[in-house]
Design a protein around this ligand. Structure first.
Ligand SMILES: NC(=O)c1ccc[n+]([C@@H]2O[C@H](COP(=O)([O-])OP(=O)(O)OC[C@H]3O[C@@H](n4cnc5c(N)ncnc54)[C@H](OP(=O)(O)O)[C@@H]3O)[C@@H](O)[C@H]2O)c1
Length: 271
């Protein structure tokens, strides 16, 4: 049975990657709905500004500076949060980044680092905070993966690897902990307007992705709605789910479409 998160009042929440984009907006919304939030990322100043803004509206926020790829620091921060908040009910593993380039041009160090941030970071934080949730028989784990963690496209090799890994990890875990009162939900954003897309990414972005670019607030609505309904997976925008179906029943069509909408479309535009 899924566990629904119907009220955020008094909820003790951790959001990694809260200094910008999806994590920033989600932390803000959770706090506005009465959650006490721990804000985690590397850019302390941005986290402090968000915490100040939350407190100025009567909310409760604490700041932890952490590179989630750093295992010891992640475990220590998670411990500190548990002590300061008296436990954690919701962990949002959101910290992550992507690059868009061909595998042949992609530096090994960067690919390894991406795996450590996007996948191992989530694993460390989950390892640290899940035991408390199981002991209290209450908790929610959100993994902000990607549509790129379900459908692989060119120029996302290392990113797809990290997000497929995250999605698989989360799905397997969801079975293990459901009977302990812990709900696991995977979030698959499509193309959301955030700092995620640097100049390089915007230059290489296929026209179809540019056309479907969505704002961050409806993305956050979809996450909160998914938690309230006890969903196991949320894809936003929703119509992108059609791609999963096509991939499963007509992989040949999916391949042709993917080629057309990515490599061929970019070549046509001379990019
Ligand atoms: N935007 C999209 O279209 C899209 C699509 C699919 C999936 N996603 C996923 O959504 C998540 C959030 O991305 P976003 O779009 O909101 O991008 P964003 O605005 O760039 O936010 C990324 C957040 O992750 C944090 N972060 C990055 N590396 C970190 C590290 N090593 N340690 C701790 N925090 C780190 C950043 O904070 P600091 O730099 O301060 O550390 C920032 O707060 C990511 O996991 C991304 O893969 C986004």
């Amino acid at each position: 049975m899924p566990h629904k998160l119907t009220s955020c009042a008094g909820l003790r929440a951790v959001v990694t990657g809260a200094s910008s984009g999806i994590g920033h907006s989600l932390a803000e919304r959770l706090a506005a709905q009465g959650a006490r939030v721990a804000l985690v990322a590397r850019r302390t100043e941005r986290l402090e500004t968000l915490a100040e803004s939350i407190r100025s509206k009567g909310g409760d926020a604490i700041v932890l500076t952490c590179d989630v790829a750093d295992r010891e620091r992640s475990l220590a921060c998670a411990r500190e949060i548990e002590e300061r908040l008296g436990g954690v009910d919701l962990l949002v593993n959101n910290a992550g980044y992507g690059h868009h380039r061909r595998f042949l041009d992609w530096d090994l160090d960067d690919m390894e680092r991406m795996m450590r941030v996007n996948y191992f970071g989530a694993l460390y934080w989950t390892k640290a905070l899940l035991p408390g949730m199981v002991a209290r028989r209450r908790g929610w784990l959100v993994f902000v993966s990607s549509v790129g963690g379900k459908l692989a496209v060119p120029e996302e090799t290392a990113y797809a690897g990290s997000k497929f890994a995250m999605s698989g990890f989360a799905e397997a875990l969801s079975y293990e902990v459901e009977d302990d009162g812990v709900h696991v939900m995977v979030v698959c954003p499509g193309t959301i307007r955030t700092e995620f897309f640097d100049e390089e990414a915007l230059r290489r972005m296929p026209p179809v992705s540019r056309r479907m670019m969505a704002d961050v607030e409806p993305m956050v609505d979809a996450i909160l709605d998914g938690l309230a309904r006890g969903k196991y997976e949320v894809t936003f925008p929703r119509f992108v789910e059609m791609g999963y179906v096509v991939r499963a029943i007509a992989p040949g069509i999916m391949r042709r479409n993917t080629r057309k909408q990515t490599l061929e479309a970019l070549a046509k535009e001379g990019r």
